[in-house]
Design a protein around this ligand. Structure first.
Ligand code: NI
Length: 439
């Protein structure tokens, strides 16, 4: 049975005892709440989608979230890490403490979906005028968590334990020269007053169909680190290379040699590693060998030791290859503190997987392959046991492998994903708080 049909059925048959829907392990109250909230969650998501805001600029979205939480009788804390909003819900019974996190920011992408509620917003990013779009689905995450909060408030008396709702800005990274995101949320004490026993988050994802949830235990999303290498030579005429030191030749050799770090030196049978250069800048004229060349790139890893090892090896390659050319380097590896590996606590993942199955249905929770993208949810999951799962965004019947991916101007979230995401998060939350996941 399609899950939305199950939800509707539960809504009209809420008085039926559990077990009437034989194969259904979803809590009846989850189906009832989801059915009651479905239309509003869709409306919230469309509204947020139509009014996207770049990282650290989420004023309207944050106000909408805070208003909603206030309307539920909660007392939101606002202005954390610029536009972050949090609120605590205390249940009527004792129990554990759980944090639920959604991200709120959009991307400098000009939308091409053609949706009736498509964004026409613009803003300035890195000095350029650009369209702004929820091209990563954070609009869906925010709307889902608003719905989860409302559902849980409605169950307050029966609820065991406490829930911290975390609406986070700037997941995509703060603009240059600014701080933001999960790192700043933590620095500003999001877990200081309320130390959760666990944290859950979800992401809508184009590579899965909208009736499917993806999850994996252990390393899940890559650590993402940016590096910069400045290769310093000595400027000379292009006709007399021996009169100077050519940083272009040295930079080219660094680019080539550093590929041998991944292919020859790292144990990629343990975990994959990616090392990519994204830009090379140097020189101005065809017959001048420049003074310096800038290389920038990214490193993706799934293991903290391997992460540190790649940094060390890339530094050694840069230094020694430059030296072999008579050049020097100023290496920034990493250029700044990046996102660590998004790590799903194994015991927690095993415990909560039946909850996800209860929401998605038998056979609709799949093992997620490693995701080379990164998430600053990783920083919360480094503090306390974390569970981060993926909800399919691509309509059933469409090949998810070829659907426009997250960050594409054509990325879209099938609205049934809002219902599945809400039910999965709600079911997992209630199971976790009751301490008997999967019941
Ligand atoms: Ni995202």
């Amino acid at each position: 049975m399609p899950r939305h049909a199950a939800a509707l059925l539960l809504a009209c048959c809420a008085a039926l005892p559990p077990g009437v829907l034989a194969a259904d392990t979803q809590r009846p109250e989850v189906g009832v709440a989801a059915a009651a909230l479905q239309e509003r969650v869709v409306a919230w998501r469309r509204d947020i989608h139509q009014h996207p805001e770049l990282s650290n600029r989420e004023t309207r979205t944050a106000a909408k979230v805070a208003d909603h939480l206030r309307g539920l009788g909660l007392q939101p804390r606002t202005g954390i890490a610029h536009h972050g909003v949090t609120a605590v819900l205390r249940g009527g019974r004792p129990g554990p403490r759980l944090a639920l996190r959604a991200d709120m920011d959009a991307l400098p992408v000009t939308e091409e979906t053609g949706l009736p509620f498509a964004s026409t917003a613009t803003d300035t990013y890195r000095g350029q005028r650009t369209g702004v779009m929820h091209a990563c689905g954070h609009d869906a995450h925010t709307a889902i968590l608003m719905g989860v909060a409302e559902a849980l408030v409605g169950m307050r008396e029966q609820l065991a334990g406490e829930v911290l709702f975390v609406f986070q800005p700037a997941e995509e990274g703060a603009p240059e020269g600014e701080q933001g995101g999960a790192r700043l949320m933590l620095e500003e004490g999001v877990f200081a007053d309320f130390r959760p026993d666990a944290v859950f988050g979800l992401h809508v994802f184009s590579t899965l169909n909208a009736d499917t949830i993806g999850v994996r235990a252990g390393p899940t999303m890559a650590a993402s680190d940016r590096f910069g290498i400045r290769v310093i030579g000595r400027q000379t005429h292009g006709s007399r290379p021996w009169g100077g030191v050519d940083p272009i030749i040295a930079a080219a050799q660094i680019v080539n040699q550093s590929q041998a770090i991944v292919s020859r030196q790292m144990d990629i049978s343990a975990q994959p590693v990616v090392l990519s250069f994204g830009a090379i800048n140097g020189g101005i004229r065809y017959n001048i060998i420049p003074d310096a060349v800038e290389l920038v790139g990214t490193i993706r890893t799934f293991d903290e030791d391997m992460r540190a090892d790649v940094f060390r090896r890339l530094g050694a390659v840069a230094e020694h290859v430059a030296a072999a050319n008579g050049a020097t380097v100023e290496a920034r590896i990493p250029a700044e503190e990046g996102n660590p590996v998004t790590f799903n606590n194994e015991a927690l993942t095993a415990r909560m997987r039946p909850s996800l199955e209860a929401a998605a249905g038998t056979g609709k929770v799949v093992d997620m392959p490693l995701v080379m993208g990164a998430e600053d949810f990783s920083l919360y999951a480094r503090e306390v046991p974390g569970l981060f799962f993926f909800v399919g965004a691509t309509p059933v019947g469409v090949d998810a492998a070829t659907a426009p991916s997250n960050h594409s101007p054509k990325f879209d979230v099938d609205e049934s994903a809002l219902d599945l995401g809400l039910r999965a998060m709600l079911q997992a939350t209630l199971d976790y708080l009751d301490g008997d996941a999967g019941s």
